[in-house]
Design a protein around this ligand. Sequence first.
Ligand code: 2IT
Length: 444
Amino acid sequence: MNTQRIIANLEEKHPGESEFLQAVREVLLSIEDVYNQHPEFEKNKIIERLVEPDRIITFRVVWEDDRGELQVNRGYRVQFNNAIGPYKGGLRFHASVNLSILKFLGFEQIFKNALTTLPMGGAKGGSDFSTRGKSAAEVRRFCQAFMLELWRNIGPDMDVPAGDIGVGGREIGYLNGMYKKLTREHTGTLTGKGLEYGGSILRPEATGFGALYFVNQMLQDRDIDITGKTVAISGFGNVAWGAATKATQLGAKVVTISGPDGYVYDPEGISGEKIDYMLELRSSGDDIVAPYADKFKSATFFAGKKPWEQKVDIALPCATQNELNGTDAQQLIANGTQCIAEVSNMGCTEDAAKLFVDNKCLFAPGKVVNAGGVSTSGLEMSQNAMHISWSAEEVDQRLHHIMRSIHEQCIKYGCEGDYINYVKGANIAGFMKVAHAMMSQGPI
Ligand code: 2IT
């Protein structure tokens, strides 16, 4: 494979899509050697096919705000690759959403989903609509208008959306309600549903819980005990909440959370009612964490700063893409941080990720660390298909098993002497599965 040529072609074709190009570069550079050892990949034009989505659907979403004024947003669904199963991936509602971001997320989702061991293809969707500052009625009207267009393109064996940033239980409820109304079928076409209408127990916690199971595996592999370790978490949404909950349960001490306004440092640990307070902060809709430091006197708020400047043992970006840059990485390395795990998708910039790998840090990428979320969505699909529901123990056991299996795949493909290159391991393992599935099914 001529990686440079493929990347140059893509850059020429999609000049503005910086996030998508970044995600593609990371995968191609990881798999280059393996790819060149298998001439059948080249012969089947696997890379050229993989970087082109199966299809992209864009649509207009018109909804009425509380003043009676019409608002127009753009909706998207990027159905990237269904070689190993129905399209699967979240919906992101955020003002920053554009095609580059959804293509990067959809591309990452292909490999992530392949690693989960479950039969799911890769997709992503969403809208440039932001729930911030919107009333509950506005969010409901938007979700209904969004589904009015999307419903023909999804289905339980075709494409199964879920949540992502800005799309939680409330939004999935409205989306599912409208889908059910339009199709007259109650199928498992969305995941992240409420427990009363087909959702899986543990799905809200799953991304954060799975991430901590994975981090614990990474540490145990190096004979490091997580008990008593300090943890910096960014973000304060559903993923950060799940990660803080499980980190605390495992005996670690979470000392930061963050929002667009800055971060709070709480040396006494963010546990118990403080974790519950994160949910309250989130549901206020203001998207700020500063009130935490007013409520809990042990905490200090740092306006406009990121938590990576604090000296901690474990760093967990849980907010959004490229939230940890090269300068942050240098700071973490200088502080002797023992483990950095991306819980957000592509949480680290390219130079930050490269610094961690070059310095042989214990570092893992989002597509393995956060795979517990979509895995539990896959388990929700299984339960829906069988018309049953599993207990918390059953789901948690399966989640554990999946995260262990992902870790093993990283070791299998990522061993470089006594260093485990999780980026390389994840990309090769995911790629091999998808490439073989594509070749078995012909040039389509
Ligand atoms: O990034 C992700 O894996 C998600 N937002 C979850 C996707 C899903 O289908 O549960």
